[in-house]
Design a protein around this ligand. Sequence first.
Ligand SMILES: C[S@@+](CC[C@H](N)C(=O)[O-])C[C@H]1O[C@@H](n2cnc3c(N)ncnc32)[C@H](O)[C@@H]1O
Length: 343
Amino acid sequence: MMAKRLLFGADCRRKYVSVIRNAICSEIHGSSWMKACAANVQGRWPKVENAMERLPTSVSAKIPFKRRMCSTFQSTIDQAEIKKFQSLAQKWWDENGEFQALHTMNDLRVPFIRDTLINYIGSRQSGSPLSGVRLLDVGCGGGLLSEPLARLGAVVTGLDPVEDNIRTAEVHKSPDPFLNKQLQYKACSLEDITEECSECFDAIVASEVLEHVADRETFINCCYHVLKPSGHLFITTINKTNLSYLIGIIAAEWIFSIVPRGTHEWEKFVIPEELERQLESNGFYVESINGMYYNICSGLWSWTESTSINYALHAVKSKDTQHPESENPVSEETIQSYANSAS
Ligand SMILES: C[S@@+](CC[C@H](N)C(=O)[O-])C[C@H]1O[C@@H](n2cnc3c(N)ncnc32)[C@H](O)[C@@H]1O
């Protein structure tokens, strides 16, 4: 009963969330409101209007990298997403606020990135295990992940297209001389940074970003471009399942206010197999995919075998520096005809 009341209109303000969580935690796994939510899942999704996604893979995979990046349909930026994050730019470092789940996600993702990198490239200094690693944190927001990675010794560039996010990140790191040395921020897009950087990072982290970009294919291509051969790509994102709609959107946004309403669009989520296919057709080997579980009751994350909601992926760029697509580019006419039909 209590859960139903919540679903159908009771005010669920953040300050009451922990109390409410405890009170109805046991009902989460019951099915009464889950069934009601399930009705919402049916057939509501507008078709994805992304031009690259309309191209057959056989064609999009062959469009030369520079062409993908320079034509009209090649921005990774979705202006609606930028507006969303603009309005939250002051909230990044409130551990009990809108980004609480990202704060606690560090317990999982920081060791995941650290240990994977140590495993592959070895630790150079104890206490500073990522010393010498040049790392790009794409979509760094307020720097929640950039800071701990820099403290581990990595030389970190945090990049975000929302200027106010970068301002918040700068202010937060500024009192710390070590961070000032290790960590720099840039207010720009991933596409922008490819202009000044080719194969200059040992690792890229894109944590909870992919589900906000306009064009995943371009995003992956840009990552390929700025990573060194054999460089590492770490992605955390959300699977595209009914369960991710129920938990990631209905529960997290509408019932428990764990993240603000409207933060996520289900159609931008991606199933791991599809992401793996996209990465592998763009010159990456996917090394691991691990499920992540957020416990709404405790606010803590743990690893799980199931990738049905959140997951973390580690991929390695092939040693071959030539992008696979450039070996057999499609003709100008073909590209143009698809660009015309997509516009
Ligand atoms: C959910 S937040 C994640 C922030 C940070 N990675 C973390 O986990 O603490 C998503 C971030 O991606 C940024 N973003 C949105 N679109 C982007 C794009 N096309 N390229 C890079 N970052 C983007 C947003 O401004 C926002 O800061």
